[in-house]
Write a protein that binds this ligand. Structure first.
Ligand SMILES: [Zn+2]
Length: 337
C-alpha cells in the first residue's frame, strides 16, 4: 500500500511560505510516520505500508487525480473498518489541499485580486512573458496593476508574484492583460493577445544601480506557475521570454539578475552554458532565437541580458559564441520535443 501526503495545508500556506517551509515539512513528516505506524498496526502488519511524503508544496491536477485513484484503490483493498477510519485522515488532508489547488490552477497560496485592466483576446495563448514590477513593494505593484485611472497608462498582468512566493491572480487567463505593450517575438506581434503575463515583485535596481536578487521561494513559486501554464497551453520553451526580449528598444526587465538557468533546469525556457562556432550572421541568429533585429545593438543587449548576463555584469566577450550555442540548444530541444 502506498500513501502520499502533500504538505500544502492551506491554513499554513496562506501565511508567509518561506519562513514556515521547514515547520510544514516537519509536521508532514511526523504525521506521515504516525499514519504509517497506525495503518501497519490496523492491518496487523500483514500488508507492507510505504509512506511517501511530498514536500514541494505544489500540487498539479495529474497528481491529484493520481492521489484520488490511489486512495480509492487502497480503501478498496482494506477489509478492516479501522483501516478505513485511518485512511479518512489523509483523505481529509488531501481534500483540504486539493480545494485550494483546484481553485488556483494547481498552485497553492494564490489569492485572487481582480484588476479592471483587461479586454478580450484576439489570439489563442501561445507565449509566456515574464516581467519585474520595478516598484518598491508588492502593495505598490498591486495598486499600479489594478489602477483604472493612472495617467501613465493603465497596465495589468495575469499574475503578480510577491517576494515570499504568494501569487496574486489579477486577470483571468482567458482575457487579454496589458503587460507587454508594443513588441514582437519570433516575428509575431500582439504579444498581449498571445501571452500570459507574469509580474515578479522586484524593484529592479537600487538607487546606486545595483541589481536586486530574486529570493529562492519567489522563484520557486514563479517556476511552479510557469510549469502549470506551460503544460495547460502547450507553450513551447522557446516562447517563454522576458519583457526585454520582446521589446528590446524599450524594456530591460526581468533583467540580467533573473535566474533563467534555474528556470530551464526546471523545464521552463531555453538555456545553455555552452559556446559554439557561429554558422550564421548575428542578425540571422538573433532572428532565429526570436528577436526583432530592426535595432541590432539593442537586440544584442537584450540577448545578453537573458542568455549571457556575464556580458552585462562582468564584461564577458563571447556573445556571438553564446548566440550560436543558444541556436543549437533550440534546435536540439525542438528535436527532443
Ligand atoms: Zn515588463
Amino acid at each position: 500500500m502506498i500513501l502520499i501526503l502533500e504538505n500544502s495545508f492551506p491554513w499554513i500556506q496562506q501565511k508567509r511560505r518561506c519562513q514556515c517551509a521547514t515547520i510544514q515539512t516537519a509536521i508532514v513528516l511526523i504525521l506521515g510516520l504516525a499514519l504509517k505506524i497506525a495503518i501497519a498496526k490496523t492491518l496487523n502488519e500483514s500488508a507492507p505500508v510505504t509512506c511517501f511524503v511530498w514536500v514541494t508544496g505544489v500540487v498539479d491536477r495529474d497528481k491529484l487525480i493520481e492521489l484520488t485513484m490511489m486512495i480509492a484503490t487502497t480503501i478498496g483493498q482494506l477489509s478492516s473498518r479501522y483501516g478505513i477510519v485511518w485512511l479518512a485522515i489523509p483523505a481529509l488532508m488531501m481534500l483540504c489541499s486539493s480545494c485550494v489547488s483546484i481553485q488556483s490552477n494547481g498552485i497553492v497560496s494564490m489569492q485572487v485580486h481582480p484588476s479592471p485592466n483587461w479586454n478580450e483576446r484576439q489570439c489563442p495563448v501561445s507565449m509566456l512573458a515574464l516581467h519585474y514590477t520595478a516598484l518598491p513593494t508588492c502593495e505598490d505593484s498591486l495598486a499600479r496593476l489594478c489602477d483604472p485611472t493612472n495617467s501613465a497608462g493603465r497596465v495589468s498582468a495575469h499574475y503578480l508574484v510577491d517576494v515570499d512566493g504568494t501569487i496574486y491572480q489579477l486577470v483571468d487567463e482567458s482575457k487579454r492583460a496589458w503587460h507587454a505593450g508594443v513588441g514582437s517575438w519570433r516575428g509575431l506581434d500582439k504579444i498581449n493577445d498571445r501571452s500570459i503575463g507574469i509580474e515578479i515583485q522586484n524593484i529592479g535596481m537600487t538607487e546606486d544601480g545595483k541589481r536586486v536578487p530574486f529570493p529562492a521561494c519567489q522563484i520557486d513559486a514563479v517556476i511552479a506557475l510557469c510549469k502549470d501554464i506551460k503544460a495547460r497551453y502547450g507553450i513551447s520553451n522557446r516562447d517563454i521570454f522576458g519583457h526585454s526580449d520582446s521589446a528590446p528598444t524599450r524594456k530591460i526587465d526581468p533583467g540580467e539578475a533573473f535566474p533563467w538557468r534555474k528556470f530551464a533546469a526546471a523545464g521552463v525556457g531555453i538555456w545553455t552554458d555552452d559556446f559554439a562556432e557561429p554558422k550564421k550572421s548575428v542578425p540571422e541568429m538573433l532572428s532565429e532565437i526570436g528577436y526583432d533585429v530592426s535595432d541590432l545593438d539593442k537586440a544584442v543587449v537584450a540577448f545578453q541580458r537573458h542568455f549571457y548576463p556575464e556580458a552585462i555584469t562582468s564584461g564577458a566577450t563571447n556573445t556571438v559564441g553564446r548566440m550560436a550555442a543558444v541556436c543549437l540548444a533550440i534546435r536540439n530541444k525542438k528535436e527532443a520535443e
